[in-house]
Design a protein around this ligand. Structure first.
Ligand SMILES: [Zn+2]
Length: 360
């Protein structure tokens, strides 16, 4: 799975210590694993359909239908959940991701795959432990609300998490289609989660949804960080508030919405990611759905340089942002900051003088 680094910059980006804070388990499924699960299920999906899932066109379509297919037709036993988790962590570790907080939507799995929550969670925990042992990567699970399901289903899901508390399940998030499903619908689930001591994040301001969804997530749901959040750039005063509060935005360079809606020659220039740091916002780049977006952690960081024009000092800052916003204890945070900064600087010192080329 590890691509051969193609340039000194790619080798650097591959080697630098990384964490990942925004990645969906079902968006990490390897092509061959997807095909194998499909065959075992009696091939409910045609081969061309699966090829289509893994094709990223000029104007890429979203991946939500793929994620639904996994719950509806392919994931059937706890070992499936273990396999997907273990393979994701193996692939992430191959890119020097040392620590990964990843999303999984229990509602769909329990409802459509018919695997009870405690059993599915147990399978994921087993994979986290196996991957830590095999590859040295630390995995942490974020149970994500399926916002296309009902607010009651979200409350029920948080109830499952709190009834099965363990240190590897550190918080909740919310994802799937934000259109017509604003954050305030899920206030009760977030209240319950915070009361139980869980960390919280939310997808908000994705799909061009208004910046007010970001504000609602922060002020009403009181989330600890924001996933995407791009439309925050539409309201500079609010962006300034977020900057002052030090809110972390986990951004996704490959996010389909802007690739689809902005003209190709303007895409990278007009993308909010390019503007966010200039507004004082803390951002950290992530893969989101790596196999479906055809992106690795190394490439996601590479896009920050090649597409959005950031330099190595910026990348070092993004790495620190990620550590600041990760749900780790402060002793670990301080230790990793010192250690990772030293590694980053040592790798940087070995780069040719003109890396990345100026004027990008
Ligand atoms: Zn996402």
């Amino acid at each position: 799975m590890t691509p051969v680094p193609a340039s000194p910059l790619d080798a650097f980006l591959h080697a630098m210590p990384k964490l990942e804070l925004h990645c969906h388990l079902f968006g990490t499924v390897r092509h061959d694993s997807f095909a194998a699960l499909n065959r075992r299920a009696g091939s409910p999906l045609a081969d061309e359909e699966i090829e289509g899932f893994y094709t990223r066109g000029e104007k890429p379509v979203g991946v939500l239908r793929v994620l639904r297919a996994l719950d509806a037709q392919l994931v059937r036993v706890p070992d499936d959940v273990h396999r997907l988790t273990f393979e994701y962590l193996e692939d992430a570790a191959a890119h020097n991701v040392r620590y990964a907080e990843f999303f999984w939507n229990p509602t769909g799995t329990v409802r459509d795959s018919g695997i009870a929550y405690p059993i599915a969670q147990q399978a994921i925990l087993r994979a986290i432990h196996d991957a830590q042992y095999e590859f040295g990567i630390t995995g942490r699970l974020i149970a994500a609300i399926d916002r296309e399901a009902s607010p009651e289903a979200a409350v029920e899901m948080v109830g499952w998490v709190t009834a099965n508390r363990c240190e590897e399940v550190i918080g909740i998030g919310i994802d799937y289609r934000e259109v017509d499903r604003p954050p305030e619908l899920f206030l009760q689930a977030y209240r319950d989660a915070r009361r139980a001591g869980l960390k919280t994040t939310a997808h908000a301001g994705e799909f061009g949804m208004p910046w007010t969804n970001v504000r609602t997530a922060l002020e009403l749901l009181q989330v600890d960080r924001i996933d995407h959040g791009y439309t925050v750039v539409d309201q500079p005063e609010f962006a300034r508030e977020c900057a002052e509060r030090g809110v972390l935005f986990t951004v996704v360079p490959t996010n389909s919405y802007y690739l689809r809606t902005l003209p190709p020659e303007r895409w990278a220039l007009d993308h909010p990611i390019r503007r966010m740091p200039g507004l004082g916002l803390r951002i950290h780049p992530n893969t989101d759905d790596p196999t479906l977006h055809k992106v690795t952690p190394t490439q996601a960081w590479g896009m920050m340089v090649r597409d959005f024009g950031f330099g190595l000092d910026d990348l070092r800052g993004f790495m620190h942002n990620g550590l600041a916003g990760a749900w780790i204890d402060d002793t670990t945070r301080r230790a990793w900051r010192v250690q990772w900064s030293a590694e980053f600087d040592a790798l940087r010192a070995r780069l040719p003088q003109d890396t990345p080329p100026s004027g990008m």
